[in-house]
Ligand binder design. Structure first.
Ligand SMILES: Cc1cc2nc3c(=O)[nH]c(=O)nc-3n(C[C@H](O)[C@H](O)[C@H](O)COP(=O)(O)OP(=O)(O)OC[C@H]3O[C@@H](n4cnc5c(N)ncnc54)[C@H](O)[C@@H]3O)c2cc1C
Length: 407
């Protein structure tokens, strides 16, 4: 397989534009908000202003085709755009490529009927509304969606939904939710039990019980009670029994998009580590001159490098229609753990300052912990990876196809 590490001029141009925009427009605003310890309202106002500028600069919906006001970028170009945006906290919102909306837009684009696209994708792509994805439930393991207890029962032409969800990120203020519910409890295989529904929110029978407060604070991950919620037959997204496939389809590129943003965050943490180490003097030399600190830098550099290669290769596979699940799972586990370790090392090198709220590191660390759980816990991805390794060995007599299929 030929390997060309050069970026096309178009991708390089987009990356530079996003980088310049994030550095010149987004970072100064974000830094000021952080210093002012601004409230949520101030952040929202800032994002609204920056979104206008992003649209004027042609940096809007990088992940969508032009007919949906998008830049029409493929997964490889998106890897660079998301990593640049991920170097800030609000950058992904500013270009309308934030989770969970980005994943929901992809899902609607791929699975929606023309009517569903006009009703839900159009306003989302125009930045006129937000959405949420409602699958996980408190009572059963989110890692195994075949256990979902929320039901959807046919009543005439309508479906009636009942159930209990939580961690539906963004549900407060969302105009609609994609809700995964069990429509066919006896289906074989069990993956065919669930269907996806488009639910306009708020609506009768959709009760936000509370915002589940996390270690990152109240971050809009609500618990929701669904009681006799009635939707019409055409609210099904992607066909009856397709809920599991739709979730898997959505989560593949969405997981990679997370990795791309995390790479941007990890880069910032490493840059802060180096900046501190070359300026802090102790025991006769700068921290950067001490081997213990240099090893932290080398380990972080290697982890980042591996992560970037993994993400780019997985993006390449998606872009070229090749099987990508194994590569996305491996990238997800590696980058989520690298993110955590690199931020931790940066905090260590900052000493007491790193533990304080005077730098963004403590917030980065609290947010980073979710990376090893959300969109599939480490252990679940590792199980999938190992299964593929065994299967490949049994079929091919070697493990190459399950280890990137490169050499
Ligand atoms: C910040 C954040 C945002 C989220 N946003 C959303 C959202 O928008 N929509 C949504 O529907 N969900 C969302 N989630 C939920 C997330 O998808 C689930 O947390 C995840 O799927 C795991 O499910 P669970 O929490 O029920 O853990 P469980 O399934 O109970 O798993 C708990 C632990 O058990 C272990 N485990 C599970 N299965 C295996 C296995 N096969 N082998 C070995 N160990 C195993 C793992 O260590 C795992 O961490 C979010 C979660 C977080 C933290």
């Amino acid at each position: 397989m030929p390997i060309d590490f050069n970026l096309s001029p178009e991708v390089e141009e987009v990356r530079q534009r996003v980088r310049t925009f994030m550095d010149a427009e987004v970072r100064p605003v974000e830094e000021k908000l952080r210093q002012d310890k601004a409230d949520r309202n101030a952040y929202v106002q800032a994002i609204v202003g920056l979104r206008k500028k992003a649209r004027e600069a042609g940096l809007w919906n990088p992940h969508l085709p032009p007919e949906w006001s998008g830049m029409g970028l493929g997964p490889v170009a998106m890897a660079f755009v998301s990593a640049e945006a991920g170097r800030t906290t609000i950058g992904p919102f500013v270009i309308n490529a934030q989770a969970p909306d980005e994943g929901n837009m992809h899902t609607l684009l791929h699975w929606g009927t023309p009517e569903q696209k006009e009703k839900y994708l159009r306003p989302l792509s125009e930045g006129q509304c937000r959405s949420c994805f409602s699958m996980t439930e408190p009572e059963v393991a989110g890692s195994d969606p075949t256990l979902i207890q929320t039901t959807a029962v046919k009543d005439g032409d309508d479906w009636v939904l009942n159930g209990h969800k939580w961690f539906s990120s963004g549900a407060h203020g969302a105009r609609f939710a994609i809700v995964i519910a069990c429509t066919d409890p006896d289906a074989d295989p069990p993956q065919a039990r669930n269907s996806a529904f488009l639910v306009d929110t708020p609506t009768e029978g959709w009760e936000i019980v509370r915002d589940v407060e996390t270690m990152a604070g109240p971050a809009n991950h609500p618990e929701i009670r669904i009681t006799n919620l009635r939707v019409p037959a055409d609210a099904i997204l992607g066909g009856r029994g397709e809920g599991h496939r739709l979730g898997q389809y959505r989560l593949g590129p969405a997981r990679l998009a997370h990795c791309m943003r995390w790479i941007g965050t990890a880069e910032i943490a490493l840059e802060m580590l180096v900046d501190r180490a070359i300026k802090r003097y102790a025991h006769g030399s700068y921290l950067a001159e001490k081997q213990a600190i240099q090893w932290m830098m080398s380990e972080s550099a290697m982890e980042l490098y591996i992560g970037k290669l993994m993400v780019l290769h997985a993006a390449y596979k998606i872009e070229n229609g090749l099987p990508f699940r194994q590569e996305v799972s491996m990238a997800k586990v590696h980058v989520a753990n690298a993110l955590w370790k690199i931020i931790d090392r940066s905090i260590q090198v900052h000493g007491a300052l790193g533990y304080s709220t005077d730098t963004p590191l403590e917030r980065m660390m609290r947010n980073a912990r979710a990376a090893r759980l959300a969109d599939g816990a480490d252990e679940v991805h590792m199980q999938t990876i190992a299964r593929n390794v065994i299967k490949t060995y049994e079929e091919d007599g070697n493990t190459r196809a399950a280890t990137g299929d490169l050499l």
